[in-house]
Every structure is written in structure tokens, then in C-alpha cells.
Write a protein that binds this ligand. Structure first.
Ligand SMILES: *Cc1c(COP(=O)(O)O)cnc(C)c1O
Length: 344
């Protein structure tokens, strides 16, 4: 019984997925489509998109080196995959999940929406992975363990070896959210996915790929888990223009600004500690910095008054006094530094 399917809710295992008109069509030489109650008048979007996103998954498969039957794509970003993971594995009111804190706020919202208790375990000193505390937080009803790496809002990535150790030791499903992985020198869990049947890796086109407006998120897992995503997702969950546009941009290699952002990260890592209102700059493996300032609300309001908006994380657990600064263009970063240096 080592299959990850033993963690799945019985109703999900038993469920018969909705069969769309396009599922029942087996292929052939069709020129008249009267099966889906669509408008027959061609306008570019009058037809339903491919519910299985076959071409798009082929593109992602080539890009990531992961088989198509191990890929889920969601048209509401990775946030869609986060909600589906709770729905697939956690019985509302009974099962629970574990997450690190501080981390991405959507795990908390998705847990609450699904009436699942989320047990938050504080990061260790220096925002390190609290492996033992995470393993100790579970009980017989613990199904999920959420790790964000590089972590939002702290910016640091955990070592692959540590994440693998945790995945092997945890008696449930481990989800590693890699929204910022393209910026990280520490590598991706996708390289070891084949070794861990209980692992789900989340990635997105929203950050390094510059497509936040298209809302395309990805989940990679064993074929068994991926098939479950396919069963519970909304049938046409990624719209046609998004599928086409993401394929076009993958072909263009649209993630090409990563190098420039990493160079700007290096520049800021050297410049920010010299700013007098900044007390601490936390190391970043992502496209943002968490910095501790002497008066976060005042610095935040000052930047806003000068047309620069950052994220105030002062009231987030473990981030007392902190602002989160996204790395912008070289000109934007210069402007931010100038403003911070002029702050009194
Ligand atoms: C931005 C972000 C995402 C991505 O969200 P999308 O819904 O794909 O835009 C996921 N996880 C974390 C930690 C993030 O910061």
C-alpha cells in the first residue's frame, strides 16, 4: 500500500468525471460540428477549447522534461491547483494539513474554504526549514504538507536534499510550490519527481515567464495523482486564447529576462544594506527581497507618496518590521534606491 492513492478521499476515487462533447468524439474527418451547442459562426472563440489541453501539455512536457500524463494545467493560475489538492485529499472537517509560516497566504484561504485545519509551523532561525517540527505536527488525519521554495515572502529556497528527506519521511502528500524556481540557483524538485510518488510540484507562468495576466499554473506529479486532477477539474478550465498564447510564448522562449532580473538582484543585494533606514536584507533566491526597516508603515507610506508601491509584510507572522520589494527594471530599481536613500 505505498500508492499515493491511499491518501485520496473515497468520493473522489469513486467519482465518474463529466464527459464533454469533445471527450466523446473519437476523431475523424469532421467538417460540421453539431455536438456541443456552440455558435456555428466562426469568430475565433466560438468553439470550446481542448478540455485536456493536449498540445499545450506537449509544449510544457518538452520544456520541463516531464511526461504529459504527469502534468496538470489550471486556468486560474497555481491557485487553482492549490484548491484542487485540498479537494482531492482532505475530508472537510476531519482531515488536516501542515504548512510552514510565514508563507504564501493562499494555502490558508484554500484550507479554510475547504473546512480543513491548517497547522502552521514556524520556520527555524534564519527562515530555515523546521524539518523535525513539521514531522511532529501531524496525526492520523494529516494528509498534506505545504512547502514553498523559494519561499514567499522570505525569499529563500531550501536545499533539494532537505526537501527530499522531508518528502520521504512524511506519511502523506508533500506539495512544493516553486512559483519562483526560475530565479533560484538551488534547482527544482522536478529533477527528483520520479523518486517520490507522494510529491506534487507547483509552478506557474505568472512570474519569470511574465504571463501573470494569462493565469496559467501547472502541477507536476505521479501519473496516478495527475489523473485525479483531471477528474476533479472544471472541464474547460483553460480558455482557448490562453492555451494558444502560452504555446506561442514558450516557442519564443519568453522567460529570457531571468538573467537581467538576477543581475539586478545581485546589484540590490549589495546596495540595499547600505541604505540607512534598512536594518536587514534577507538573502533572496527569488525576484524579490524581504527587508527589515526601522519604521515599516512610515517607509511604506513614504514610497507610496512618491508613486512606488511595495508590499507591507510588517503584520505577517515572523516578518515584523518587514517590507517585500519586487525587483523591477534597472530604472525602477534605481528609483527605489534613490527614494530609500533620501528617506529621513
Ligand atoms: C505568485 C505565486 C503563485 C502563483 O500564483 P498564480 O496563481 O499562478 O499567479 C503561487 N505560489 C506562490 C508562493 C506565489 O508567490
Amino acid at each position: 500500500m505505498n500508492s499515493p492513492l491511499r491518501h485520496v478521499r473515497p468520493n473522489i476515487l469513486a467519482l465518474k468525471p463529466y464527459s464533454t462533447a469533445r471527450d466523446e468524439f473519437e476523431g475523424g474527418d469532421i467538417s460540421v460540428w453539431l455536438d456541443a451547442n456552440e455558435s456555428p459562426y466562426e469568430n475565433g472563440v466560438n468553439r470550446y477549447p481542448d478540455p485536456h489541453q493536449k498540445q499545450l501539455k506537449a509544449h510544457i512536457s518538452r520544456l520541463k522534461g516531464i511526461a504529459e500524463n504527469q502534468i496538470f494545467v489550471g486556468g486560474a493560475g497555481s491557485d487553482e491547483a492549490i484548491d484542487l489538492v485540498f479537494r482531492i485529499f482532505c475530508e472537510p472537517g476531519i482531515d488536516n494539513a501542515i504548512a510552514i509560516t510565514p508563507s504564501y497566504g493562499v494555502y490558508q484561504v484554500a484550507a479554510a474554504t475547504n473546512n480543513v485545519e491548517l497547522r502552521e509551523v514556524p520556520l527555524a532561525e534564519g527562515y530555515a526549514l523546521p524539518t523535525e517540527a513539521l514531522l511532529a505536527a501531524g496525526d492520523a488525519h494529516t494528509k498534506l504538507l505545504w512547502i514553498c521554495s523559494p519561499n514567499n515572502p522570505t525569499g529563500n529556497a531550501f536545499e533539494i536534499s532537505q526537501l527530499e528527506e522531508l518528502t520521504d519521511a512524511f506519511g502523506g502528500i508533500v506539495i512544493v510550490d516553486e512559483a519562483y524556481v526560475d530565479f533560484s540557483p538551488k534547482g527544482s524538485m522536478l529533477e527528483v519527481l520520479h523518486r517520490h510518488p507522494n510529491l506534487i510540484v507547483l509552478q506557474t507562468f505568472s512570474k519569470a515567464w511574465g504571463m501573470a495576466g494569462l493565469r496559467l499554473g501547472m502541477a507536476f506529479a505521479s501519473p496516478e495523482i495527475s489523473a485525479l486532477f483531471g477528474r476533479v477539474k472544471y472541464p474547460y478550465n483553460v480558455n482557448g486564447p490562453t492555451q494558444a498564447e502560452v504555446m506561442r510564448r514558450i516557442e519564443m522562449g519568453a522567460a529570457s529576462c531571468i538573467k537581467e532580473i538576477c543581475e539586478q538582484r545581485q546589484m540590490l543585494a549589495e546596495a540595499l544594506p547600505n541604505v540607512s533606514c534598512i536594518e536587514k536584507v534577507f538573502p533572496s533566491d527569488a525576484n524579490f527581497f524581504l527587508v527589515k526597516v526601522n519604521n515599516p508603515d512610515k517607509v511604506y507610506a513614504y514610497l507610496m507618496k512618491h508613486g512606488v508601491i511595495v508590499r507591507n509584510r510588517h503584520r505577517v507572522f515572523g516578518c515584523n518590521g518587514c517590507l517585500r520589494l519586487t525587483i523591477g527594471t534597472p530604472e525602477e530599481n534605481k528609483r527605489l534606491l534613490k527614494l530609500l536613500n533620501e528617506y529621513k
